[in-house]
Design a protein around this ligand. Structure first.
Ligand code: IMP
Ligand code: MG
Length: 186
C-alpha cells in the first residue's frame, strides 16, 4: 500500500506562498536584466528538477523569449553527486549565436552538474550565459559557481518537492520539504 507523500517529510522548508514570493522576485530581476535593448532571451530548463520552477518563472516574465530543455546526470539513485556528468538530452536549438542564455536550475549543490553545463554552453558561440537557481546549498560547494539570480540559500539538508526528487519521487509536492533521513537511510 502506498504511503502518502507527506509522510516522508520531516518539515516544510518553503511553503507554496513563500515559493510564489521568491519566484515573483526572481522574475522581476530577470525581466529587468533582459529588457535591455538587443537582448534575446533563451531560457534553458534543466530537466527534470526545474520543470515546475521554470513553468512558474516563465509565466511571470513579460518579455519575448524562447524556452528549451537540457538534461544532465551526475546523480545515481541516491543523494550524493558522483562528479561524472553526462548530457542525456541536448538542446533542440543548435545555433545559439543569437541568444542570451539563462540556465534555470532547481538546486546548486556541489556544482558539478552546473559547472559542466555552463562550460558546455560557453564553448558554443553564445552572446551571454547567466544562471538562475531556486535553491543554493553553499556549504556543499566543491566547484565555485557564480549565481546571477538566486531564490534562497538553504542549509545542507536533502530537500524534495516543487520539482525536486528523491529516487524520482516527491516532485509533485507543492512545497519544498526536508526529507526524513530514514527515507534515504541517513
Ligand atoms: P550538483 O552537481 O552536486 O550541484 O547537483 C545538482 C543536482 O543534484 C540538482 O540538479 C539536483 O537534481 C540534485 N540535488 C542536489 N541536492 C538535492 C536535494 O537536496 N534534493 C534533491 N535533489 C538534489
Ligand atoms: Mg536536477
Amino acid at each position: 500500500m502506498a504511503e502518502t507523500n507527506n509522510n516522508a517529510i520531516k518539515s516544510v522548508l518553503l511553503t507554496e506562498k513563500q515559493l510564489d514570493e521568491i519566484v515573483t522576485r526572481l522574475a522581476g530581476e530577470i525581466e529587468a536584466h533582459y529588457s535591455a535593448p538587443g537582448k534575446n532571451l533563451l531560457m534553458i530548463c534543466v530537466l527534470k528538477g526545474s520543470l515546475i520552477f521554470t513553468a512558474d518563472l516563465m509565466r511571470k516574465i513579460n518579455l519575448p523569449m524562447k524556452v528549451d530543455f537540457m538534461q544532465a546526470s551526475s546523480y545515481g539513485s541516491g543523494t550524493v553527486s558522483c562528479g561524472n556528468v553526462k548530457i542525456r538530452l541536448d538542446l533542440k536549438e543548435k545555433d545559439l549565436s543569437q541568444y542570451d542564455i539563462l540556465v534555470v536550475e532547481d538546486i546548486l549543490d556541489s556544482g558539478n552538474t552546473l559547472s559542466f553545463l555552463l562550460n558546455y554552453l560557453k564553448e558554443r558561440a553564445v552572446r551571454s550565459v547567466k544562471l538562475c537557481v531556486l535553491l543554493n546549498k553553499p556549504e556543499r560547494r566543491k566547484i565555485p559557481i557564480e549565481v546571477d539570480f538566486e531564490g534562497a540559500k538553504i542549509a545542507d539538508e536533502f530537500v524534495v518537492g516543487y520539482g525536486l526528487d528523491y529516487n524520482e519521487q516527491y516532485r509533485n509536492l507543492p512545497y519544498v520539504g526536508i526529507l526524513k533521513p530514514e527515507v534515504y537511510g541517513g
